[in-house]
Design a protein around this ligand. Structure first.
Ligand SMILES: *Cc1c(COP(=O)(O)O)cnc(C)c1O
Length: 428
């Protein structure tokens, strides 16, 4: 299997190249050159997620340097539970938040780390994973690369703009993970990261690696949990479900669409968004017109210009077909808080603000079998959820462990020079 850029289908790349480079030279995103076709039978005899993941991922890894390592990469990545739980006759929830940082981004970050460490020669110079984050990504990347020989992680996050528990998850690592609280916003963090990738000092002194959410190594493993969920649903009910996916940059939804494209029984993928309206506007007007980001309660989905739309439009050149397979629903902050309260009453389930957008979107598709995708643990967003439910949310073990660790964080002026100066000093 080869991969090509969304902007040029002629030039082909190996999977390893796409994993190591994140973006094609033409600025496009890597996508598979074709989609292998699976049937229910293709997965006969397989029950466990690492095995199902491995079967689905095999064709994408064929003839790549990583091919022989795929089973081990899957075992290492999918080592925590991803349960599908029933809420009522028509509704299930797929809980993606039982990993080390309690959000679905753990899956992609771990898979990418497992791949990249197998692509690195034992005596290669240290690789520096440089990542800008507005919260969940940085924590997942830190957890995935923490203590991994041959790698260090530098996280930039906007000071005072992430929740207290998110900050703790970014700064409680130590060892090979360094966190900087940038005096600015997320865009400043991203600007510094971009500048570092083309800066002479960094080119000479560090071997930089990007682990951002457009890397195909983060998308492919996400498709695997949709493969398993749709397969399980089909085996039990004989019906193809709707997948309702809380969406920001559209990576998780693209993975769901790739699972559908390969023949898995998925009726429709519903993009549940917060008040950032770029996606829902597109479905209404057929015009792609990104708008500035607005701040909402579901902050990991505060994206005004979702990068992975480029992959979705590449998959669906025909708008009519796109509208048949995909739908989108916007939830305002008020609809999010209402959905958190109603889900607690109706289903006795505690949802984070992101998952609540999916619960809200489901009301449009009540007559169909739906799987709501739960992207983060509610305890990560306790300042929003606890006052609504008027009780404390139990803290999962992984989060509790981090909360009790000391923080290691340095304040940083929002310039590349400041970062370079800090990093030129040896690791403390
Ligand atoms: C990142 C994130 C999302 C959005 O996922 P995309 O793949 O960017 O669409 C939703 N919920 C949570 C909790 C997240 O961390």
């Amino acid at each position: 299997m080869k991969f090509h850029s969304t902007r040029n289908h002629d030039r082909k790349y190996a999977l390893s190249y796409a994993l190591e480079h994140s973006l094609a030279e033409d600025g496009g995103l890597f996508v598979p050159e074709s989609f292998p076709q699976f049937t229910i039978k293709s997965f006969d005899g397989l029950e466990l997620l690492p095995d199902i993941a491995c079967r689905w991922l095999e064709p994408f890894f064929q003839n790549d340097r990583l091919q022989e390592f795929l089973p081990e990469i899957c075992r290492q990545t999918f080592s925590f539970p991803i349960p599908l739980k029933r809420l009522d006759d028509k509704t299930e929830v797929l809980e993606l938040f039982h990993g080390p940082t309690c959000a679905f981004k753990d899956v992609g970050a771990r898979f990418l780390a497992e791949c990249l460490s197998r692509l690195t020669e034992p005596n290669a110079p240290l690789k520096t994973v440089l990542v800008a984050t507005s919260g969940d990504t940085g924590a997942a990347v830190a957890a995935a690369f923490y203590g991994r020989p041959g790698f260090e992680v530098i996280i930039l996050f906007p000071r005072g703009k992430v929740s207290a528990r998110q900050e703790k998850q970014l700064t409680s690592w130590g060892q090979n993970v360094r966190a900087f609280a940038v005096q600015g916003d997320f865009d400043d963090c991203q600007r510094i990261v971009k500048a570092a990738f083309s800066d002479p000092w960094w080119k000479l002194n560090r071997s930089l690696v990007s682990a951002n959410s457009i890397n195909i190594g983060r998308l492919l493993p996400q498709a695997a949990y949709y493969v398993k969920a749709s397969l399980t649903h089909w085996r039990e009910e004989g019906v193809a479900p709707f997948l309702i996916v809380p969406s920001g940059n559209l990576g998780n939804a693209t993975a769901a669409l790739w699972a559908k494209k390969t023949g898995l029984p998925i009726e429709k993928v519903v993009l549940a968004t917060n008040a950032n309206a770029t996606i829902t506007n597109f479905f209404r007007t057929e015009k792609w017109a990104p708008v500035p980001t607005v701040v909402t309660l579901a902050n990991a989905m505060d994206v005004g210009n979702p990068s992975n739309m480029e992959r979705i439009r590449d998959l669906y050149p025909d708008f009519k077909k796109l509208k048949t397979d995909i739908d989108s629903v916007l939830a305002t902050d008020l609809q999010i808080t209402t959905a958190i309260k109603e889900s607690d009453i109706k289903w006795k389930v505690e949802f984070c603000p992101h998952t609540a957008t999916a619960a809200f979107a489901r009301t449009n598709f009540k007559d169909f079998a739906s799987i709501l995708v739960a992207t983060a643990h509610p305890a990560k967003f306790e300042t929003i959820v606890e006052p609504l439910l008027k009780r404390p949310i139990e803290i999962p073990l992984a989060l509790n462990k981090l909360l009790s660790q000391p923080s290691h964080v340095k304040a940083l002026e929002p310039t590349l020079e400041a970062l370079t100066k800090s990093c030129a000093e040896p690791l403390a």
